[in-house]
Design a protein around this ligand. Structure first.
Ligand code: DC
Length: 228
């Protein structure tokens, strides 16, 4: 059976991570959380005291650091130079810094190259902002997920709480809106819906309902693949 490249794009808190994990697991595909890669760069820059506007330093940083994914007992971890930074990259502070770091064209170039390398053989679900438009414009199936900022902020709030991170709901919603603005308005690879994407508004849908639509689209693509 053909091993597909599946792209999932959309703003933060829309459910991409959960959905992409389920989809990847179902098909035995690799799950690539590209946001985690930008977050790892942001954390590394924070630790080294590099300003997000210092693009030369960021470019050099991307050449030096090693970002990897590992799976342990069904849990996925992000490794920065071998260190598990999965929790540290998700604090509100690093989240905001990530939006700034991800706007740097040199950082994007380095991350996109790595994402293409990891995904080119297929059998992969990539989730991010520019997968269907920039990283794999010829992806086999493209999803674009959306939901209101309030619903997304609330979901992020619950997720952070569950991970033991102390935050306020209003702050989380404001952060989601700030990141939306940064992701949508940046010059290089802004968050944008691919014209041929399957668009799903998840505001009033739960995970199984969204999953059902995604499975149907992937099954449809696989059937087309086998029939010619
Ligand atoms: O999906 P996420 O919330 O973990 O993403 C973190 C940040 O990285 C967010 O500000 C958007 C940015 N990002 C990006 O610019 N391009 C991607 N492909 C993935 C994430």
């Amino acid at each position: 059976m053909k091993k597909l490249i599946i792209a999932i794009d959309g703003p933060s808190g829309v459910g991409k991570s959960t959905l992409s994990k389920v989809l990847a697991h179902e098909f035995g595909y690799l799950n690539l959380d590209t946001g985690a890669m930008y977050r790892a760069v942001a954390l590394a820059s924070f630790r080294q005291g590099i300003d997000a506007s210092d693009h030369d330093a960021l470019r050099q940083l991307c050449e030096e650091i090693v970002i990897e994914f590992s799976c342990n007992k069904g849990e996925e971890h992000v490794l920065l130079n071998g260190e598990n930074v999965s929790s540290e990259i998700r604090t509100p502070e690093i989240s905001l810094l990530t939006a700034a770091v991800a706007a740097c064209p040199d950082v994007r170039q380095a991350m996109v190259a790595r994402q293409r390398e990891l995904g080119k053989a297929g059998g992969v679900v990539l989730e991010g902002r520019d997968i269907g438009t920039v990283v794999f414009p010829h992806a086999d199936v493209k999803f674009f997920l959306k939901a209101s900022a309030e619903v997304r902020g609330r979901r992020r709030f619950l997720e952070l709480q569950a991970n033991g991170v102390e935050v306020e709901l209003a702050r989380t919603i404001a952060d989601v809106e700030a990141r939306d603005a940064a992701d949508t308005n940046r010059t290089t690879s802004p968050l944008k819906q691919a014209e041929d994407a399957v668009v799903i508004d998840t505001t009033n849908l739960d995970i199984p309902q969204v999953m059902e639509r995604m499975f149907a689209a992937v099954a449809d693509r696989l059937n087309k693949g086998t029939s010619g």
